[in-house]
Design a protein around this ligand. Structure first.
Ligand SMILES: [Zn+2]
Length: 85
């Protein structure tokens, strides 16, 4: 099995997130629901945002702005898929 660096994932990740990330489908690790990012409930604070599953309230996505970097976490997301549309 060849081992390459993370550049190999640029295409697959771009195809999943696409030009409109809100269409990406997130599978919740808490309840298994698979819905587009656009359907999550997002709570915003001055430090960043948290997107929660509508089915079970699991934190699916965190976005934190820290100085010159933006950190994105997917703590409760089991997988991300492309939209069916
Ligand atoms: Zn859930």
């Amino acid at each position: 099995m060849p081992i390459v660096d993370g550049n190999a994932l640029a295409g697959p990740l771009a195809s999943v997130l696409g030009a409109d990330a809100t269409l990406a489908v997130l599978r919740c690790a808490g309840c298994g629901t698979a819905d587009p990012l656009a359907l999550t409930r997002v709570y915003r604070t001055p430090m960043g945002s948290v997107a929660r599953c509508r089915g079970c309230d699991t934190v699916l996505v965190t976005v934190v702005d820290a100085g010159d970097r933006r950190w994105v976490g997917l703590p409760g997301t089991r997988a991300v898929a492309t939209s069916d549309t």
